[in-house]
Design a protein around this ligand. Structure first.
Ligand code: THU
Ligand code: ZN
Length: 296
């Protein structure tokens, strides 16, 4: 991943590339920049906030995994905390094409998994597709969210999605990024507890089928992913995709996975098991432990 990040610097203005190099070479770099780092990069590059976010898109796009399209999309979700979260599209060979993660979903999921309370803007290198516009309409910031694109004036999400269909149409007041706690009655080993913790923070106001995944990557290290439902159902982000995004953005690869655990609600109206198993099989035959647990 470090080589891909370094290669991406060739597509950034030289002063920005020089300022970025120490960040991306650090082992602690996890595909995001704090408010303070953003201001250092602005100062070093002489770019405005918007132009800096556009100039960082090649770096975001370098995280893309695109065996099907070879079309790399990068996105940057800007949090109210001032932190910027990178994201990129992720495709799965040998799995159904519907399992694809879009760059906007990746960046948004990244911010959500880092407990960012709210987004202010998203910068993308291509115009967001209908699926992503719908995914973004689930956010607690949907009414105010600004979209920045190269060669296009900034516009609000709702300029791209007039007469939007959203949670309220289904009588749901909750929105994505609103704090969730659906505690699971579990006492088990740390990886199962991590998956249960992710499930408890998942967002499933339409089905209540809360679910989470934990992927072990070394003896004492793992990444987790949470299910994020959508009012229009299809743009929902499954927990495995959420975890695989975090795996990629933290600089790991699927080859590093040593164990995978899915936790979902006992007797739920839907299950992530078969879709998650299909992807893990396509990725190299990883088996998935599934636990169905009662809520407390
Ligand atoms: N893609 C995105 O990541 N965002 C969009 O909104 C447009 C499409 C990705 C999905 C797929 O990996 C590739 O671009 C081709 O559609
Ligand atoms: Zn999209």
């Amino acid at each position: 991943m470090k080589t891909r990040l370094e290669d991406a610097l060739q597509h950034c203005p030289p002063q920005l590339a020089a300022a970025l190099r120490p960040y991306i070479m650090a082992d602690t770099f996890k595909a995001s920049f704090s408010a303070e780092e953003v201001s250092v990069l602005k100062h070093a590059s002489g770019l405005s906030t918007t132009d800096l976010s556009l100039a960082l898109l090649p770096l975001a796009a370098s995280y893309a995994i695109t065996p099907l399209s070879h079309f790399n999309v990068g996105a940057i979700a800007q949090g109210i905390s001032g932190r910027w979260y990178l994201g990129a599209n992720m495709e799965f060979a040998s799995a159904p094409i519907q399992q694809t993660v879009h760059a906007e979903q990746s960046a948004i999921n990244h911010a959500w998994m880092c407990n960012e309370p709210r987004l202010t803007a998203i910068t993308v290198n291509y115009t967001p597709c209908g699926h992503c516009r719908q995914f973004m309409n689930e956010l607690n910031s949907a009414q105010q969210l600004t979209i920045y694109l190269p060669d296009c004036a900034p516009q609000r999400l709702h300029d791209y999605l007039p007469n939007a269909f959203g949670p309220k149409d289904l009588g749901i007041i909750d929105t994505l990024f609103d704090p969730q706690v659906h505690a699971f009655a579990v006492q088990s080993d740390p990886l199962v507890e991590a998956a249960a913790q992710a499930a408890s923070l998942s967002y499933a106001p339409y089905t209540h089928a809360y679910s989470g995944i934990a992927l072990q990557i070394a003896n004492d290290h793992w990444v987790t992913g949470r299910y994020a439902e959508n009012a229009a159902f299809n743009p929902s982000l499954p927990p495995l995709q959420s975890a695989l995004i975090m795996l990629q953005l933290q600089g790991y690869s699927v080859n590093d996975i040593t164990r995978a655990v899915l936790v979902e609600v006992n007797n739920a109206v839907l299950s992530q098991q078969s879709a998650s198993t299909a992807i893990l099989t396509a990725l190299g035959g990883y088996s998935l432990e599934t636990l169905r647990i009662d809520l407390k």
